[in-house]
Ligand binder design. Sequence first.
Ligand code: WQD
Length: 337
Amino acid sequence: MTKTIAVTGGLGFIGSHTVVELIEAGYSPVIIDNLSNSTLSVLDGIEKISGIRPTCYTLNVLETSELEAIFNTHQVDAVIHFAAFKAVGESVLKPLDYYHNNVGGLISLLNAMKNTGRNQLVFSSSCTVYGQPQTLPVTENSPFSKAESPYGQTKKIGEEMLMDISKTGMKTISLRYFNPVGAHPSALIGELPLGIPNNLVPFITQTAAGWRKQLTVFGNDYQTHDGTCIRDYIHVVDLAKAHVKAIEYLSKTEAMFTAFNIGTGQGLTVLEVIKAFEETTQIQLNYQIGLRRKGDIEKVWADSSKANAELGWEAKFDLHQMMRDAWKWQGQLPITI
Ligand code: WQD
């Protein structure tokens, strides 16, 4: 019997790639997305890749009774919750919007699940819950640190809520993403260029494409081998596959709350990412060294051995493949400024 998985935020960057992997693994996804950070054209890409056009409801997860109707209509077996605002800088300017949407949205979803007897949830979390870890690589037992932003705080609150709610029969998994980058190798889906990118890799590709004049490297005076910050960049398809493994794990585990770091385990500096992009594309990138960005932590990368062992998942794409796929996606985007 095909399992039906409700995917909130399923037209987003990571959500859409996860929908593709769910279909390929034999699941039947139902998408719920309010298009606040996506467009219905993403459905066309999903259909072209998978041959299936999933049912999609344009709905805000704050609409609890609407969620309940969808869960009952489709006999949903489990839920993957992506729907949230995720721009760190924006969250500092609009904290109330972030708490209302991200925390309020999760509460609404959990109520809809409770009221319709759904009790399996995969939650989209983030390495931002760790802040600047004291020891590296960071494991799931590393303490939550003071969040650097309201965005990070909403992820911390979300996880702490799930830990409490798991004691009432809701079985949940929290996937702590590191830095998702790249796009589907087909270039049919990827990260939509909505506004000026906050993140490094879309800014690199848009600079190389001439959409942006120059990339600014935010600081080269950190305590790292080349002075620039270190992050754990992971291909979005590897990240999507981790969600399929998490759904499988949920149906088997007795544990009511489990967290997994989803990263490659390799830390790379900003300059190393730029170098990899230049080598992969043979394009010399126009960049300058600027001041540090407020709120940036110096270095973080994952110990993902728990996900490797317990989920049977590991990252397969390397940095050059990430850069290749990010550039291929950029190349098919309509010219825009
Ligand atoms: C990476 C590095 C910047 C832009 C992201 C998401 C967050 C979470 C973790 C999922 C930093 C530098 C960037 C630029 C630069 N993911 N940089 N020039 O801040 O690690 O956070 O991953 O939840 O949601 O935002 O990613 O790509 O913004 O920055 O020098 O124009 O690149 O200083 O060192 P970050 P990022």
